[in-house]
Design a protein around this ligand. Structure first.
Ligand code: ADP
Ligand code: MG
Length: 499
């Protein structure tokens, strides 16, 4: 019951007309989202069976980035169906066997479904994933960004490393202002206002050490009585900084990204040399910059050589809403940044979650290459096949196979329900329709492939497999037993009670 309640809680968000949820945390913090896994993660579920559904949705998220609501809905439906069979005296062990039998038919059928991905279908898959999210208003911008991002980070062997697609989010703007940068957004300002604001064909120095006067290693106390000595002492430090900056300029560098601090005096000298510099750059950004510019990470300024520098076609300070950042562009870089914009913190966070789904789907489509039609059509087809072949299952397992078919139909059912159509009529029509027929956005039965509503086959395979895993795990349980807290105090021995 608990597990089914959890699954039920995300059902209304499924599909292009699904609603969003507004979640309020213990501290009053608010999240508005359509993303299944986000809702489930934020749900305060106590019951272990409910937690299993949440875990399975997270698994789907980590493997496919998308389809998390679907996984939860199918898990819930499998349990719902199981409850009815258990009430008809079918033993849970038979049920579990029947579900596994059905799963094997499903996987076999899936292997023969679908078609090979063609180039422009990546954008269609992206659009299918964006449908129904609040970011839908910028569907063209987003699908374009995700497909271009994927193409940019593809290596020579055709492999994709999603870590090379960075995301920077900014409040104060519209979804449509989102863009893809071939390079990196360093979320830091220049350290001095007189530094150049943009440099074309920059020579980039990546500095691991600080630009400050050297700290003396020995702890010492200096007693200076003569102001002239103090002045000389300070002058020496100033001179050292000046020499460092000179050295940098001499190497030909005109942009410096420093992982540590830059002394104000150093900033002043660098500005005089027309060098743009930022300080306290994150370690992960330094790594990305190394890849983008080809620069070495330098920790010794003395004898700085031009070979240690990298290059960027453009470095410029930009303002995104209230944020000032330094953008490093290199055309053809194998590392890109999606700059996501939205009016408020809530909308930007939801956009970021949506982008994660989209980029995941695009990457999955690209990697697994086989696409199927969406709108619940694949689930409807699998259900038809299961009903035809249910008799192959031994004895009462056949009933479980029929139930499995009904559980898969929960996807077109829910899509119909969420689009205001009559789910019973929809399912009746789907019982005799074609392989690509699903529920369209206006609740009609249409050819989803023609409508370009498509999904990677792998997403469906993983969603169904995970759902079976979760529901059968729960079906095997007959009791929930609370354990003693581990390492906790043992109850005091009962003395004098005769053992
Ligand atoms: P999930 O978290 O499972 O991805 P979504 O809310 O993203 O849930 O809904 C995904 C479902 O919506 C998929 O079954 C997909 O085929 C369907 N879908 C997406 N766009 C359309 C559309 N334009 N018409 C019909 N179904 C659609
Ligand atoms: Mg989705």
């Amino acid at each position: 019951m608990a597990a089914r309640a959890v699954a039920e809680s995300v059902r209304s968000t499924l599909g292009p007309l699904g609603f969003d949820k507004l979640l309020v945390g213990g501290g009053g913090e608010v999240t508005i989202t359509n993303d299944g896994v986000t809702i489930l993660e934020l749900l305060h579920a106590e019951h272990p069976a409910a937690k299993i559904i949440i875990e399975i949705s997270k698994t789907q998220d980590s493997q496919c980035h998308d389809g998390t609501t679907t996984t939860a809905v199918i898990s819930g439906a499998l349990l719902e169906q199981a409850k009815e069979l258990i009430e008809k005296q079918v033993h849970p062990a038979i049920l579990v066997k029947g579900y596994h039998f059905a799963l094997s038919i499903v996987l076999e059928t899936l292997d023969e479904m679908g078609w090979e991905l063609s180039g422009d279908e990546l954008a269609d898959a992206a659009r299918t994933s964006i449908n129904g999210k609040s970011a839908e208003s910028a569907i063209d911008t987003l699908s374009d960004i995700s497909v271009r991002a994927l193409d940019a980070v593809r290596d020579d062997e055709g492999n994709i490393n999603l870590d090379n697609i960075k995301v920077s989010t900014f409040e104060g703007g519209t979804y449509d202002q989102s863009e893809l940068l071939s390079g990196l957004v360093v979320e830091k300002e220049r350290v001095h206002s007189e530094m150049p604001q943009s440099i074309v064909d920059a020579n980039v120095l990546l500095l691991k050490t600080s630009l400050e006067p050297k700290e003396t290693k020995i702890e010492s106390k200096l007693n200076i009585n003569d102001p002239a000595i103090l002045e000389a002492f300070l002058a020496r430090e100033e001179e050292a900084i000046k020499v460092m900056c000179q050295e940098i300029s001499k190497s030909g560098a005109n942009a410096v990204f420093c992982q540590k601090d830059i002394d104000p005096l150093a900033a002043h000298y660098l500005a005089q040399y027309n060098i743009l510099a930022t300080k306290r750059v994150k370690n992960s950004d330094m790594e990305a910059l190394r890849r983008i510019t080809g620069a070495k990470l330098v920790s010794e300024i003395k004898e700085l050589k031009p070979e240690q520098l990298g290059s960027a076609s453009l470095i410029s300070e930009e303002k995104f809403g209230e944020h000032i950042c330094v953008c490093v562009t290199n055309e053809g870089a194998k590392s890109v940044t999606a700059i996501l914009r939205g009016a408020t913190g809530h909308t930007v966070s939801e956009l970021e979650r949506c982008f994660d789904d989209v980029i995941g789907v695009v990457a999955l489509s690209d990697e697994s290459k086989i696409m199927v039609a969406g709108g619940g059509s694949a689930y409807a087809h699998l259900a038809r096949v299961l009903r035809e072949r249910a008799h192959e299952a031994p004895g009462r397992q056949a009933m479980a196979v029929e139930s499995f078919a009904s559980a898969l139909e929960s996807i077109p059912w829910t899509l119909a329900e969420n689009s205001g159509a009559d789910p019973v009529d929809t399912l009746l029509s789907l019982k005799s329709s074609g392989i690509h027929d699903g529920v369209s956005i206006d609740g009609k039965i249409e050819n989803m492939k023609k409508l370009k509503v498509i999904e990677p086959r792998k997403l469906i395979r993983t969603a169904i497999s995970s759902a079976v895993e979760a529901s059968t795990l729960i079906l095997r349980i007959d009791d929930v037993i609370s354990m003693k807290p581990s390492g906790g105090d043992l109850p005091p021995p009962m003395m004098g009670m005769g053992g």
